[in-house]
Write a protein that binds this ligand. Sequence first.
Ligand SMILES: *Cc1c(COP(=O)(O)O)cnc(C)c1O
Length: 578
Amino acid sequence: MSNEKSRSIAYFSMEIALESAMPTYSGGLGALAGDTIRSAADLRVPMVGVSLLYRKGYFFQIFDEEGNQSEKPAEWVIENFLIKTPGRVTLNLEGREVIIEAWRYDVLSAHGFVIPVYFLDTDVEGNDEEDRVLTHKLYGGDARYRLCQEAILGMGGVRMLRNLGYNNLHTFHMNEGHASLLTVELLEESARQEGRSEVDQADIDKVRRMCVFTTHTPVPAGHDQFPLELVKEVLGQREIFELKNVFCHESMLNMTYLALNLSDYVNGVAKRHGEISRLMFGGYAIEAITNGVYAPFWVSPPFQELFDRYIPNWRDDNFAFRYALSIPLEDVWRAHLEAKKLLVDYIARKTNIALDMHAFTIGFARRAAAYKRGDLLFYDIERLKKIARYHGKIQIIYAGKAHPNDKEGKELIRRIFKAMDELKEDIKVVYLDNYDLKLARLLTAGSDIWLNTPRAPMEASGTSGMKAALNGVPSLSILDGWWIEGCIENITGWAIGKAPNGDDFDFEQNGNSEDQEDAISLLDKLDNVILPMYYGDREDFIHVMLNAIALNGSFFNTQRMVQQYVLNAYYRYRALAD
Ligand SMILES: *Cc1c(COP(=O)(O)O)cnc(C)c1O
Protein backbone atom coordinates (compact mmCIF):
# COMPACT_ATOMS: atom_id res chain seq x y z
CA MET A 1 0.00 0.00 0.00
CA SER A 2 2.97 2.31 0.45
CA ASN A 3 3.51 4.88 -2.23
CA GLU A 4 0.12 4.17 -3.61
CA LYS A 5 -0.60 7.79 -4.45
CA SER A 6 2.52 7.83 -6.61
CA ARG A 7 0.75 5.65 -9.17
CA SER A 8 1.67 6.61 -12.73
CA ILE A 9 -0.95 4.95 -14.95
CA ALA A 10 -4.69 5.54 -14.78
CA TYR A 11 -6.87 3.01 -16.55
CA PHE A 12 -10.39 4.20 -17.41
CA SER A 13 -13.14 1.86 -18.55
CA MET A 14 -16.94 2.16 -18.76
CA GLU A 15 -17.13 -1.42 -17.49
CA ILE A 16 -14.78 -3.53 -15.40
CA ALA A 17 -15.52 -7.16 -14.50
CA LEU A 18 -13.82 -8.03 -11.22
CA GLU A 19 -16.20 -10.53 -9.70
CA SER A 20 -18.97 -12.47 -11.33
CA ALA A 21 -21.53 -11.29 -8.79
CA MET A 22 -20.61 -7.61 -9.13
CA PRO A 23 -22.68 -6.55 -12.14
CA THR A 24 -20.36 -3.75 -13.22
CA TYR A 25 -19.90 -5.25 -16.69
CA SER A 26 -21.88 -6.40 -19.69
CA GLY A 27 -19.43 -8.42 -21.77
CA GLY A 28 -16.07 -8.63 -23.44
CA LEU A 29 -14.95 -5.04 -22.80
CA GLY A 30 -15.47 -5.42 -19.06
CA ALA A 31 -13.97 -8.91 -18.93
CA LEU A 32 -10.88 -7.59 -20.70
CA ALA A 33 -10.62 -4.62 -18.32
CA GLY A 34 -10.78 -6.91 -15.29
CA ASP A 35 -8.20 -9.28 -16.73
CA THR A 36 -5.94 -6.37 -17.66
CA ILE A 37 -5.96 -5.05 -14.10
CA ARG A 38 -5.37 -8.51 -12.63
CA SER A 39 -2.31 -9.05 -14.83
CA ALA A 40 -1.08 -5.51 -14.20
CA ALA A 41 -1.21 -6.29 -10.47
CA ASP A 42 0.83 -9.47 -11.01
CA LEU A 43 3.37 -7.52 -13.03
CA ARG A 44 3.48 -4.72 -10.42
CA VAL A 45 2.47 -2.08 -12.92
CA PRO A 46 1.76 1.08 -10.88
CA MET A 47 -1.81 1.45 -12.09
CA VAL A 48 -5.09 2.72 -10.71
CA GLY A 49 -8.48 1.92 -12.28
CA VAL A 50 -11.63 4.05 -12.71
CA SER A 51 -15.17 3.06 -13.70
CA LEU A 52 -18.80 3.71 -12.68
CA LEU A 53 -20.68 1.97 -9.89
CA TYR A 54 -23.95 0.76 -11.55
CA ARG A 55 -26.14 0.07 -8.54
CA LYS A 56 -28.67 -1.57 -10.85
CA GLY A 57 -26.07 -3.39 -12.90
CA TYR A 58 -26.47 -4.18 -16.57
CA PHE A 59 -29.64 -6.25 -16.12
CA PHE A 60 -31.00 -9.56 -14.95
CA GLN A 61 -32.16 -11.64 -17.92
CA ILE A 62 -35.46 -13.52 -18.03
CA PHE A 63 -36.81 -15.76 -20.83
CA ASP A 64 -40.25 -17.13 -21.61
CA GLU A 65 -40.68 -20.46 -23.46
CA GLU A 66 -40.29 -18.81 -26.86
CA GLY A 67 -37.05 -17.13 -25.91
CA ASN A 68 -38.50 -13.64 -25.47
CA GLN A 69 -36.05 -11.81 -23.28
CA SER A 70 -37.18 -9.40 -20.59
CA GLU A 71 -35.06 -7.53 -18.10
CA LYS A 72 -35.03 -6.68 -14.42
CA PRO A 73 -32.56 -4.47 -12.55
CA ALA A 74 -29.65 -6.46 -11.14
CA GLU A 75 -29.57 -5.26 -7.54
CA TRP A 76 -26.51 -5.99 -5.45
CA VAL A 77 -25.16 -5.16 -2.03
CA ILE A 78 -22.37 -2.72 -2.72
CA GLU A 79 -20.94 -2.93 0.79
CA ASN A 80 -20.27 -6.64 0.35
CA PHE A 81 -17.72 -5.89 -2.34
CA LEU A 82 -16.54 -2.31 -2.07
CA ILE A 83 -15.33 0.18 0.47
CA LYS A 84 -16.53 3.77 0.45
CA THR A 85 -13.68 6.27 0.13
CA PRO A 86 -13.60 9.78 1.55
CA GLY A 87 -13.21 11.13 -2.02
CA ARG A 88 -15.81 13.69 -3.02
CA VAL A 89 -15.82 15.97 -6.07
CA THR A 90 -18.41 17.86 -8.05
CA LEU A 91 -19.08 18.19 -11.75
CA ASN A 92 -21.43 20.66 -13.34
CA LEU A 93 -23.97 18.83 -15.51
CA GLU A 94 -26.84 20.72 -17.13
CA GLY A 95 -26.12 23.62 -14.79
CA ARG A 96 -26.37 21.56 -11.62
CA GLU A 97 -23.40 20.79 -9.37
CA VAL A 98 -23.46 17.01 -9.19
CA ILE A 99 -21.66 15.40 -6.27
CA ILE A 100 -19.58 12.35 -7.11
CA GLU A 101 -18.28 9.87 -4.56
CA ALA A 102 -16.15 6.78 -5.05
CA TRP A 103 -16.12 3.16 -3.89
CA ARG A 104 -12.92 1.22 -3.87
CA TYR A 105 -12.05 -2.35 -4.82
CA ASP A 106 -8.52 -3.66 -4.33
CA VAL A 107 -7.20 -6.06 -6.93
CA LEU A 108 -4.56 -7.99 -5.03
CA SER A 109 -1.89 -10.07 -6.74
CA ALA A 110 -0.65 -13.34 -5.30
CA HIS A 111 2.51 -11.50 -4.30
CA GLY A 112 0.72 -8.73 -2.47
CA PHE A 113 0.75 -5.89 -5.00
CA VAL A 114 -2.49 -3.91 -5.00
CA ILE A 115 -4.23 -2.04 -7.80
CA PRO A 116 -7.10 0.07 -6.48
CA VAL A 117 -10.15 0.44 -8.70
CA TYR A 118 -12.56 3.32 -8.02
CA PHE A 119 -16.23 3.05 -8.92
CA LEU A 120 -17.84 6.47 -9.19
CA ASP A 121 -21.25 7.03 -7.65
CA THR A 122 -23.71 9.93 -7.92
CA ASP A 123 -26.44 8.28 -5.87
CA VAL A 124 -25.51 10.35 -2.88
CA GLU A 125 -27.29 12.63 -0.49
CA GLY A 126 -27.48 16.19 -1.74
CA ASN A 127 -27.94 15.30 -5.42
CA ASP A 128 -31.20 15.80 -7.29
CA GLU A 129 -33.21 12.68 -7.99
CA GLU A 130 -32.34 12.80 -11.71
CA ASP A 131 -28.64 12.95 -10.88
CA ARG A 132 -28.76 10.15 -8.37
CA VAL A 133 -29.75 7.67 -11.07
CA LEU A 134 -26.96 8.66 -13.45
CA THR A 135 -24.60 5.94 -12.27
CA HIS A 136 -27.33 3.28 -11.86
CA LYS A 137 -27.38 1.49 -15.18
CA LEU A 138 -24.66 0.29 -17.52
CA TYR A 139 -25.55 1.12 -21.15
CA GLY A 140 -29.05 2.22 -20.09
CA GLY A 141 -30.93 5.40 -20.93
CA ASP A 142 -30.82 7.82 -23.84
CA ALA A 143 -28.05 9.92 -25.38
CA ARG A 144 -28.30 12.54 -22.66
CA TYR A 145 -27.98 9.91 -19.93
CA ARG A 146 -25.01 8.34 -21.69
CA LEU A 147 -23.27 11.68 -22.16
CA CYS A 148 -23.74 12.49 -18.46
CA GLN A 149 -22.27 9.10 -17.58
CA GLU A 150 -19.30 9.59 -19.86
CA ALA A 151 -18.68 13.05 -18.38
CA ILE A 152 -18.78 11.56 -14.89
CA LEU A 153 -16.39 8.81 -15.94
CA GLY A 154 -13.90 10.95 -17.85
CA MET A 155 -14.00 14.38 -16.20
CA GLY A 156 -15.30 13.26 -12.81
CA GLY A 157 -12.81 10.40 -12.85
CA VAL A 158 -9.78 12.67 -13.29
CA ARG A 159 -11.08 15.02 -10.59
CA MET A 160 -11.65 12.11 -8.24
CA LEU A 161 -8.12 10.78 -8.74
CA ARG A 162 -6.70 14.22 -7.97
CA ASN A 163 -8.98 14.55 -4.97
CA LEU A 164 -7.74 11.21 -3.66
CA GLY A 165 -4.16 12.39 -4.03
CA TYR A 166 -3.04 10.81 -7.30
CA ASN A 167 -0.78 13.57 -8.53
CA ASN A 168 1.95 11.63 -10.31
CA LEU A 169 -0.06 10.10 -13.11
CA HIS A 170 1.81 10.32 -16.40
CA THR A 171 -0.39 8.07 -18.52
CA PHE A 172 -4.15 7.90 -18.96
CA HIS A 173 -5.38 4.81 -20.77
CA MET A 174 -8.83 5.09 -22.32
CA ASN A 175 -10.19 1.58 -22.67
CA GLU A 176 -12.62 2.46 -25.50
CA GLY A 177 -13.93 5.92 -26.34
CA HIS A 178 -16.46 6.18 -23.50
CA ALA A 179 -13.74 7.66 -21.28
CA SER A 180 -12.40 10.22 -23.74
CA LEU A 181 -13.83 13.26 -21.96
CA LEU A 182 -10.95 12.78 -19.56
CA THR A 183 -8.93 14.65 -22.18
CA VAL A 184 -11.10 17.75 -21.63
CA GLU A 185 -10.36 17.70 -17.93
CA LEU A 186 -6.65 17.21 -18.57
CA LEU A 187 -6.56 20.08 -21.09
CA GLU A 188 -8.33 22.47 -18.75
CA GLU A 189 -6.14 21.33 -15.88
CA SER A 190 -3.04 21.96 -17.94
CA ALA A 191 -4.16 25.47 -18.88
CA ARG A 192 -5.00 26.22 -15.23
CA GLN A 193 -1.56 25.05 -14.15
CA GLU A 194 -0.01 27.47 -16.63
CA GLY A 195 -2.18 30.24 -15.28
CA ARG A 196 -4.14 30.55 -18.49
CA SER A 197 -7.88 30.43 -18.91
CA GLU A 198 -7.61 29.32 -22.54
CA VAL A 199 -6.42 25.94 -23.71
CA ASP A 200 -3.66 26.30 -26.27
CA GLN A 201 -1.46 24.12 -28.46
CA ALA A 202 1.03 23.51 -25.64
CA ASP A 203 -1.73 21.93 -23.58
CA ILE A 204 -2.79 19.79 -26.51
CA ASP A 205 0.78 18.58 -27.08
CA LYS A 206 1.19 17.81 -23.42
CA VAL A 207 -2.08 15.92 -23.09
CA ARG A 208 -1.41 13.89 -26.23
CA ARG A 209 1.78 12.60 -24.66
CA MET A 210 -0.20 11.51 -21.61
CA CYS A 211 -2.97 9.65 -23.40
CA VAL A 212 -3.27 6.11 -24.70
CA PHE A 213 -6.40 5.01 -26.52
CA THR A 214 -7.57 1.50 -27.30
CA THR A 215 -10.42 1.16 -29.79
CA HIS A 216 -12.42 -2.04 -29.45
CA THR A 217 -14.88 -2.52 -32.26
CA PRO A 218 -15.53 -1.83 -35.92
CA VAL A 219 -19.30 -1.91 -35.21
CA PRO A 220 -20.60 1.67 -35.70
CA ALA A 221 -22.92 1.52 -32.63
CA GLY A 222 -19.82 1.06 -30.50
CA HIS A 223 -18.62 4.59 -31.30
CA ASP A 224 -20.67 7.09 -29.32
CA GLN A 225 -21.37 10.46 -30.84
CA PHE A 226 -23.39 13.34 -29.49
CA PRO A 227 -24.87 16.44 -31.15
CA LEU A 228 -23.02 19.60 -30.11
CA GLU A 229 -26.21 21.26 -28.84
CA LEU A 230 -26.65 18.39 -26.39
CA VAL A 231 -23.00 18.59 -25.40
CA LYS A 232 -23.37 22.30 -24.66
CA GLU A 233 -26.54 21.70 -22.65
CA VAL A 234 -24.86 19.05 -20.55
CA LEU A 235 -21.32 20.38 -20.18
CA GLY A 236 -22.03 24.07 -20.53
CA GLN A 237 -20.52 26.42 -23.06
CA ARG A 238 -16.78 25.73 -22.96
CA GLU A 239 -14.15 27.55 -24.86
CA ILE A 240 -12.53 24.22 -25.68
CA PHE A 241 -15.46 23.31 -27.98
CA GLU A 242 -14.15 25.97 -30.37
CA LEU A 243 -11.09 23.81 -31.06
CA LYS A 244 -13.05 22.29 -33.91
CA ASN A 245 -10.34 20.05 -35.34
CA VAL A 246 -9.82 18.48 -31.92
CA PHE A 247 -13.30 18.42 -30.51
CA CYS A 248 -15.66 17.96 -33.44
CA HIS A 249 -16.11 15.38 -36.11
CA GLU A 250 -18.79 16.00 -38.74
CA SER A 251 -20.34 18.58 -36.37
CA MET A 252 -20.70 16.04 -33.59
CA LEU A 253 -18.76 15.20 -30.48
CA ASN A 254 -17.49 11.79 -31.54
CA MET A 255 -15.88 10.07 -28.58
CA THR A 256 -13.64 7.95 -30.78
CA TYR A 257 -12.29 10.92 -32.72
CA LEU A 258 -11.80 12.92 -29.54
CA ALA A 259 -9.64 10.11 -28.17
CA LEU A 260 -7.82 9.71 -31.51
CA ASN A 261 -7.06 13.44 -31.65
CA LEU A 262 -5.70 13.58 -28.14
CA SER A 263 -3.75 10.32 -27.81
CA ASP A 264 -0.38 9.71 -29.30
CA TYR A 265 -0.55 5.99 -28.80
CA VAL A 266 -3.60 4.32 -30.32
CA ASN A 267 -4.19 0.63 -30.85
CA GLY A 268 -6.70 -1.93 -32.03
CA VAL A 269 -7.11 -5.22 -30.18
CA ALA A 270 -5.82 -7.72 -32.77
CA LYS A 271 -3.63 -7.43 -35.85
CA ARG A 272 -6.60 -7.56 -38.22
CA HIS A 273 -8.52 -5.07 -36.09
CA GLY A 274 -5.55 -2.71 -36.32
CA GLU A 275 -5.77 -2.91 -40.13
CA ILE A 276 -9.53 -2.38 -40.14
CA SER A 277 -9.21 0.56 -37.75
CA ARG A 278 -6.61 2.20 -40.00
CA LEU A 279 -9.09 1.92 -42.87
CA MET A 280 -11.94 3.29 -40.76
CA PHE A 281 -9.93 6.20 -39.33
CA GLY A 282 -7.63 7.31 -42.12
CA GLY A 283 -4.81 9.63 -41.15
CA TYR A 284 -4.24 8.26 -37.66
CA ALA A 285 -1.34 6.03 -36.66
CA ILE A 286 -3.02 2.98 -35.19
CA GLU A 287 -1.05 0.06 -33.81
CA ALA A 288 -2.29 -3.32 -32.64
CA ILE A 289 -1.92 -5.12 -29.34
CA THR A 290 -3.80 -8.38 -29.43
CA ASN A 291 -6.06 -9.06 -26.45
CA GLY A 292 -5.52 -11.80 -23.92
CA VAL A 293 -7.18 -13.33 -20.87
CA TYR A 294 -6.01 -13.72 -17.27
CA ALA A 295 -4.91 -17.34 -17.02
CA PRO A 296 -5.20 -17.91 -13.24
CA PHE A 297 -8.85 -16.80 -13.42
CA TRP A 298 -9.87 -18.68 -16.56
CA VAL A 299 -8.12 -22.02 -16.12
CA SER A 300 -10.67 -24.41 -14.57
CA PRO A 301 -9.87 -26.22 -11.32
CA PRO A 302 -9.10 -29.57 -13.02
CA PHE A 303 -6.64 -27.90 -15.38
CA GLN A 304 -5.14 -25.84 -12.55
CA GLU A 305 -4.32 -29.12 -10.87
CA LEU A 306 -2.95 -30.58 -14.08
CA PHE A 307 -0.74 -27.56 -14.78
CA ASP A 308 0.42 -27.41 -11.16
CA ARG A 309 1.67 -30.97 -11.62
CA TYR A 310 3.42 -30.60 -15.01
CA ILE A 311 4.25 -26.91 -15.47
CA PRO A 312 4.17 -25.57 -11.92
CA ASN A 313 5.27 -21.99 -12.64
CA TRP A 314 2.44 -21.34 -15.12
CA ARG A 315 0.72 -18.67 -13.00
CA ASP A 316 3.79 -16.48 -12.63
CA ASP A 317 5.05 -17.12 -16.14
CA ASN A 318 2.44 -17.80 -18.78
CA PHE A 319 5.16 -18.71 -21.29
CA ALA A 320 5.26 -22.00 -19.39
CA PHE A 321 2.15 -23.07 -21.30
CA ARG A 322 4.58 -23.67 -24.17
CA TYR A 323 5.65 -26.80 -22.30
CA ALA A 324 2.14 -28.22 -22.01
CA LEU A 325 3.08 -30.38 -25.00
CA SER A 326 4.77 -32.80 -22.65
CA ILE A 327 1.62 -33.52 -20.61
CA PRO A 328 0.43 -37.11 -21.19
CA LEU A 329 -2.67 -37.33 -23.38
CA GLU A 330 -4.65 -39.44 -20.93
CA ASP A 331 -4.15 -36.85 -18.17
CA VAL A 332 -5.37 -34.07 -20.42
CA TRP A 333 -8.46 -36.04 -21.31
CA ARG A 334 -9.14 -36.87 -17.67
CA ALA A 335 -8.93 -33.17 -16.70
CA HIS A 336 -11.19 -32.27 -19.60
CA LEU A 337 -13.83 -34.79 -18.53
CA GLU A 338 -13.76 -33.31 -15.04
CA ALA A 339 -14.28 -29.81 -16.45
CA LYS A 340 -17.07 -31.16 -18.64
CA LYS A 341 -18.69 -32.81 -15.65
CA LEU A 342 -18.66 -29.53 -13.72
CA LEU A 343 -20.60 -27.99 -16.61
CA VAL A 344 -23.01 -30.89 -17.08
CA ASP A 345 -23.76 -31.00 -13.34
CA TYR A 346 -24.32 -27.26 -13.25
CA ILE A 347 -26.78 -27.45 -16.13
CA ALA A 348 -28.61 -30.36 -14.50
CA ARG A 349 -28.98 -28.33 -11.30
CA LYS A 350 -30.05 -25.14 -13.05
CA THR A 351 -32.34 -26.45 -15.76
CA ASN A 352 -33.11 -30.06 -14.99
CA ILE A 353 -31.76 -30.97 -18.41
CA ALA A 354 -29.49 -34.04 -18.41
CA LEU A 355 -26.69 -33.67 -20.90
CA ASP A 356 -24.56 -36.60 -21.98
CA MET A 357 -20.94 -36.72 -20.78
CA HIS A 358 -19.99 -38.67 -23.89
CA ALA A 359 -21.71 -36.52 -26.50
CA PHE A 360 -19.76 -34.02 -28.59
CA THR A 361 -20.54 -30.71 -26.93
CA ILE A 362 -20.52 -27.41 -28.78
CA GLY A 363 -20.30 -24.24 -26.68
CA PHE A 364 -21.42 -20.83 -27.89
CA ALA A 365 -21.74 -17.90 -25.50
CA ARG A 366 -21.42 -14.21 -26.17
CA ARG A 367 -23.56 -11.12 -26.41
CA ALA A 368 -26.58 -11.83 -28.60
CA ALA A 369 -25.79 -9.30 -31.33
CA ALA A 370 -26.84 -9.83 -34.94
CA TYR A 371 -23.33 -9.72 -36.39
CA LYS A 372 -22.29 -12.61 -34.15
CA ARG A 373 -24.78 -14.86 -36.00
CA GLY A 374 -25.48 -17.20 -33.10
CA ASP A 375 -27.89 -19.22 -35.24
CA LEU A 376 -25.51 -19.88 -38.13
CA LEU A 377 -25.25 -23.50 -36.98
CA PHE A 378 -28.97 -23.92 -37.71
CA TYR A 379 -28.79 -22.80 -41.29
CA ASP A 380 -29.57 -26.35 -42.49
CA ILE A 381 -31.28 -28.18 -39.65
CA GLU A 382 -31.82 -31.39 -41.62
CA ARG A 383 -28.14 -31.67 -42.45
CA LEU A 384 -27.19 -31.01 -38.84
CA LYS A 385 -29.49 -33.87 -37.77
CA LYS A 386 -27.95 -36.13 -40.39
CA ILE A 387 -24.43 -35.31 -39.23
CA ALA A 388 -25.34 -36.27 -35.64
CA ARG A 389 -27.02 -39.48 -36.77
CA TYR A 390 -24.03 -40.49 -38.87
CA HIS A 391 -21.07 -39.63 -36.58
CA GLY A 392 -22.43 -39.61 -33.05
CA LYS A 393 -24.38 -37.51 -30.60
CA ILE A 394 -24.14 -33.72 -30.65
CA GLN A 395 -25.34 -31.35 -27.92
CA ILE A 396 -25.15 -27.58 -27.95
CA ILE A 397 -25.02 -25.07 -25.12
CA TYR A 398 -25.82 -21.38 -25.58
CA ALA A 399 -25.73 -18.35 -23.35
CA GLY A 400 -25.77 -14.61 -23.90
CA LYS A 401 -27.75 -11.45 -23.30
CA ALA A 402 -29.20 -9.13 -25.92
CA HIS A 403 -29.02 -5.41 -25.12
CA PRO A 404 -32.54 -4.38 -23.97
CA ASN A 405 -33.00 -2.13 -27.03
CA ASP A 406 -31.46 -4.52 -29.57
CA LYS A 407 -34.45 -5.92 -31.47
CA GLU A 408 -32.28 -7.95 -33.82
CA GLY A 409 -30.35 -9.46 -30.93
CA LYS A 410 -33.60 -10.45 -29.23
CA GLU A 411 -34.90 -11.92 -32.47
CA LEU A 412 -31.69 -13.95 -32.74
CA ILE A 413 -32.37 -15.54 -29.34
CA ARG A 414 -35.92 -16.39 -30.41
CA ARG A 415 -34.57 -18.09 -33.55
CA ILE A 416 -32.23 -20.21 -31.42
CA PHE A 417 -35.16 -21.23 -29.20
CA LYS A 418 -37.13 -22.17 -32.31
CA ALA A 419 -34.26 -24.33 -33.60
CA MET A 420 -34.02 -25.90 -30.16
CA ASP A 421 -37.60 -27.02 -30.52
CA GLU A 422 -37.15 -28.33 -34.06
CA LEU A 423 -34.11 -30.33 -33.01
CA LYS A 424 -35.40 -31.72 -29.77
CA GLU A 425 -35.73 -35.35 -30.95
CA ASP A 426 -32.20 -35.41 -32.34
CA ILE A 427 -29.92 -32.84 -30.73
CA LYS A 428 -30.20 -31.31 -27.28
CA VAL A 429 -29.83 -27.55 -27.31
CA VAL A 430 -29.74 -25.59 -24.04
CA TYR A 431 -29.89 -21.81 -23.67
CA LEU A 432 -28.63 -20.70 -20.26
CA ASP A 433 -29.71 -17.32 -18.90
CA ASN A 434 -27.60 -14.58 -17.32
CA TYR A 435 -24.26 -15.23 -18.97
CA ASP A 436 -21.59 -13.91 -16.60
CA LEU A 437 -17.99 -14.59 -15.62
CA LYS A 438 -18.91 -17.67 -13.63
CA LEU A 439 -20.87 -19.20 -16.47
CA ALA A 440 -18.17 -18.25 -18.96
CA ARG A 441 -15.67 -20.16 -16.84
CA LEU A 442 -17.79 -23.30 -16.80
CA LEU A 443 -18.68 -23.12 -20.49
CA THR A 444 -15.29 -22.32 -21.99
CA ALA A 445 -13.69 -25.15 -20.01
CA GLY A 446 -16.43 -27.77 -20.23
CA SER A 447 -17.34 -27.71 -23.93
CA ASP A 448 -15.57 -29.97 -26.42
CA ILE A 449 -15.35 -27.23 -28.97
CA TRP A 450 -15.83 -23.47 -28.81
CA LEU A 451 -17.81 -22.04 -31.70
CA ASN A 452 -17.62 -18.45 -32.97
CA THR A 453 -19.44 -17.20 -36.03
CA PRO A 454 -19.07 -13.41 -36.39
CA ARG A 455 -19.61 -11.71 -39.71
CA ALA A 456 -16.06 -10.64 -40.63
CA PRO A 457 -14.52 -8.15 -40.01
CA MET A 458 -16.82 -7.14 -37.14
CA GLU A 459 -15.20 -9.19 -34.38
CA ALA A 460 -12.37 -6.94 -33.25
CA SER A 461 -10.73 -9.66 -31.19
CA GLY A 462 -12.98 -11.98 -29.21
CA THR A 463 -11.61 -13.39 -25.99
CA SER A 464 -13.82 -16.32 -25.01
CA GLY A 465 -11.94 -18.58 -27.46
CA MET A 466 -8.74 -17.71 -25.59
CA LYS A 467 -10.34 -18.82 -22.33
CA ALA A 468 -11.30 -22.07 -24.04
CA ALA A 469 -7.77 -22.56 -25.41
CA LEU A 470 -6.29 -22.34 -21.90
CA ASN A 471 -8.52 -25.26 -20.97
CA GLY A 472 -7.56 -27.30 -23.99
CA VAL A 473 -10.82 -26.54 -25.80
CA PRO A 474 -10.11 -25.86 -29.48
CA SER A 475 -12.03 -23.23 -31.42
CA LEU A 476 -14.08 -23.61 -34.56
CA SER A 477 -14.39 -20.06 -35.79
CA ILE A 478 -14.64 -17.59 -38.60
CA LEU A 479 -11.20 -16.21 -39.47
CA ASP A 480 -11.67 -12.85 -37.81
CA GLY A 481 -10.23 -11.09 -34.75
CA TRP A 482 -7.74 -13.10 -32.71
CA TRP A 483 -8.51 -16.33 -34.56
CA ILE A 484 -6.63 -15.15 -37.66
CA GLU A 485 -3.55 -15.22 -35.44
CA GLY A 486 -4.50 -18.25 -33.35
CA CYS A 487 -5.77 -20.70 -35.93
CA ILE A 488 -3.44 -23.31 -37.38
CA GLU A 489 -5.82 -25.62 -39.17
CA ASN A 490 -6.03 -29.11 -37.63
CA ILE A 491 -3.31 -28.11 -35.15
CA THR A 492 -4.91 -25.56 -32.78
CA GLY A 493 -8.47 -25.81 -34.09
CA TRP A 494 -10.45 -25.14 -37.25
CA ALA A 495 -11.48 -22.25 -39.45
CA ILE A 496 -14.92 -21.56 -40.90
CA GLY A 497 -15.01 -19.98 -44.36
CA LYS A 498 -12.33 -18.14 -46.25
CA ALA A 499 -9.30 -16.29 -45.00
CA PRO A 500 -9.72 -12.51 -45.17
CA ASN A 501 -7.80 -10.84 -47.94
CA GLY A 502 -6.52 -7.28 -47.76
CA ASP A 503 -9.07 -4.55 -47.40
CA ASP A 504 -11.99 -6.02 -49.33
CA PHE A 505 -14.52 -5.39 -46.65
CA ASP A 506 -17.72 -3.46 -46.93
CA PHE A 507 -19.75 -2.60 -43.86
CA GLU A 508 -22.82 -1.89 -45.96
CA GLN A 509 -22.90 -5.17 -47.79
CA ASN A 510 -25.49 -7.33 -46.18
CA GLY A 511 -24.02 -10.72 -46.29
CA ASN A 512 -26.76 -13.21 -47.13
CA SER A 513 -24.49 -15.02 -49.57
CA GLU A 514 -21.66 -14.77 -47.09
CA ASP A 515 -23.92 -16.25 -44.40
CA GLN A 516 -24.75 -19.18 -46.64
CA GLU A 517 -21.13 -19.86 -47.56
CA ASP A 518 -20.03 -19.66 -43.94
CA ALA A 519 -22.86 -21.90 -42.74
CA ILE A 520 -22.02 -24.57 -45.30
CA SER A 521 -18.35 -24.36 -44.44
CA LEU A 522 -19.23 -24.76 -40.74
CA LEU A 523 -21.32 -27.87 -41.36
CA ASP A 524 -18.67 -29.29 -43.73
CA LYS A 525 -15.98 -28.90 -41.07
CA LEU A 526 -18.08 -30.68 -38.48
CA ASP A 527 -19.08 -33.42 -40.90
CA ASN A 528 -15.79 -34.08 -42.66
CA VAL A 529 -13.12 -33.23 -40.12
CA ILE A 530 -14.06 -32.58 -36.51
CA LEU A 531 -16.67 -35.23 -35.71
CA PRO A 532 -14.72 -38.01 -37.46
CA MET A 533 -11.71 -37.03 -35.37
CA TYR A 534 -13.62 -36.66 -32.09
CA TYR A 535 -15.43 -39.96 -32.38
CA GLY A 536 -12.90 -41.92 -34.45
CA ASP A 537 -9.46 -40.63 -33.57
CA ARG A 538 -9.55 -39.39 -30.02
CA GLU A 539 -5.76 -39.22 -29.75
CA ASP A 540 -5.56 -36.82 -32.66
CA PHE A 541 -8.26 -34.73 -31.06
CA ILE A 542 -6.34 -34.54 -27.78
CA HIS A 543 -3.25 -33.45 -29.69
CA VAL A 544 -5.25 -30.48 -30.96
CA MET A 545 -6.30 -29.77 -27.36
CA LEU A 546 -2.68 -29.73 -26.24
CA ASN A 547 -1.61 -27.48 -29.08
CA ALA A 548 -4.39 -25.06 -28.16
CA ILE A 549 -2.84 -24.76 -24.69
CA ALA A 550 0.80 -24.71 -25.81
CA LEU A 551 0.58 -22.45 -28.85
CA ASN A 552 -2.39 -20.23 -27.93
CA GLY A 553 -2.51 -20.30 -24.12
CA SER A 554 1.13 -19.22 -24.01
CA PHE A 555 0.43 -16.13 -26.11
CA PHE A 556 -3.24 -15.02 -25.83
CA ASN A 557 -3.03 -14.06 -22.18
CA THR A 558 -3.09 -10.66 -20.47
CA GLN A 559 0.35 -11.24 -18.96
CA ARG A 560 1.83 -10.93 -22.45
CA MET A 561 -0.66 -8.24 -23.41
CA VAL A 562 0.05 -5.96 -20.43
CA GLN A 563 3.77 -6.33 -21.09
CA GLN A 564 3.13 -5.01 -24.60
CA TYR A 565 1.17 -2.05 -23.23
CA VAL A 566 4.01 -1.33 -20.82
CA LEU A 567 6.66 -1.49 -23.54
CA ASN A 568 4.82 0.19 -26.40
CA ALA A 569 2.40 2.56 -24.72
CA TYR A 570 2.72 3.32 -21.01
CA TYR A 571 6.46 3.87 -20.90
CA ARG A 572 7.11 5.07 -24.39
CA TYR A 573 8.68 8.28 -23.02
CA ARG A 574 9.98 7.09 -19.68
CA ALA A 575 12.14 4.72 -17.72
CA LEU A 576 10.25 1.77 -16.30
CA ALA A 577 10.97 3.07 -12.81
CA ASP A 578 8.94 6.26 -13.34
C1 LIG B 1 -15.05 -13.42 -22.07
C2 LIG B 1 -16.43 -12.91 -21.93
C3 LIG B 1 -17.01 -12.21 -22.98
C4 LIG B 1 -16.29 -11.91 -24.26
O1 LIG B 1 -16.25 -13.02 -25.10
P1 LIG B 1 -16.17 -12.82 -26.68
O2 LIG B 1 -15.52 -14.03 -27.18
O3 LIG B 1 -15.31 -11.62 -26.89
O4 LIG B 1 -17.54 -12.62 -27.15
C5 LIG B 1 -18.32 -11.75 -22.82
N1 LIG B 1 -19.01 -11.98 -21.70
C6 LIG B 1 -18.47 -12.65 -20.66
C7 LIG B 1 -19.29 -12.88 -19.44
C8 LIG B 1 -17.16 -13.15 -20.74
O5 LIG B 1 -16.64 -13.81 -19.71
